[in-house]
Design a binder for this molecule. Structure first.
Ligand code: UP5
Ligand code: MG
Length: 209
């Protein structure tokens, strides 16, 4: 079966030779700071940031046939079917010349995780986990003011429930494999980035060795 890596490579140069792609999953509850810290990682470590939520929101805006369904799922804080999200992620990887990606906010449940692995053949290098209390996350989301349809108290509570029930088990799965790098995400943005920076610096040192 053709993996996303083969497909990406064909798209890039038509040769069909394997290109190795490094993927880091960036996970954590709603408002834990995934998007904020990904922007910092992009700036300092040359990754491309793919937010699954942003890709889904762009899909709604584009007027695609799945738009209404995605919009309704996001308003309810529910997880969009894997095939939709994986197609968007695959396309974004294929169309990008970079070989290092931060996948932010995905996989959100066990089915997402297994489907991504079997469809793309990609295993994450590691999983960055932003650990933050619900009280702090709630305050941040209610103060965000970016017009997100899911930043209201009712949907926020649903998002927290889905995170606990469906997404935390994914983090536990990777933790059992020794792949989780847990970050205290309740601190101020610059302090959180100090911890993030040390994780990526160690990775860079290993690659150079
Ligand atoms: N902020 C950030 N860090 C701070 C700090 N250290 N101290 C103080 N303030 C801080 O940050 C949120 C806010 O907090 C910002 O105002 C920021 O300035 C401040 P942000 O970096 O945006 O947090 P993030 O973790 O990215 O929060 P987000 O709301 O994006 O997380 P979600 O996981 O809820 O949202 P996402 O966009 O990933 O998903 C939305 C919905 O899409 C899901 O609920 C689901 O319905 C759907 N979805 C799927 O179905 N499948 C997917 O694979 C992905 C999404
Ligand atoms: Mg985000």
């Amino acid at each position: 079966m053709e993996t996303v890596v083969d497909a990406a490579n064909k798209g890039a140069n038509g040769s069909g030779q394997n290109k190795s792609v490094t993927v880091v999953f960036v996970l954590g509850g709603p408002g834990s700071g995934k998007g904020t810290q990904c922007a910092n990682i992009v700036e300092h470590f040359g990754y491309t940031h793919l937010s699954a939520g942003d890709l889904l929101r762009a899909e709604i805006k584009s007027g695609s046939e799945n738009g209404n369904m995605i919009d309704n799922m996001i308003k309810e804080g529910k997880i969009v079917p894997s095939e939709v999200t994986i197609k968007l992620l695959q396309k974004a990887i294929q169309e990008n010349g970079n070989d290092k990606f931060l996948i932010d906010g995905f996989p959100r449940n066990e089915e997402n995780r297994a489907a991504f692995e079997s469809v793309t053949g990609i295993e994450p290098e590691f999983v960055l986990f932003f650990d933050c209390s619900e009280g702090e996350m709630e305050t941040r989301l209610l103060n965000r003011n970016q017009g997100r349809v899911d930043d209201n108290i009712e949907t926020i509570r649903k998002r927290f429930k889905v995170f606990l029930e469906s997404s935390l088990p994914v983090i536990e799965y990777y933790n059992a494999k020794g792949k989780v790098r847990k970050i205290d995400a309740a601190k101020p943005i610059e302090k959180v980035f100090e911890s993030v920076r040390s994780v990526f610096t160690i990775l860079g040192d290993k690659a150079a060795a």
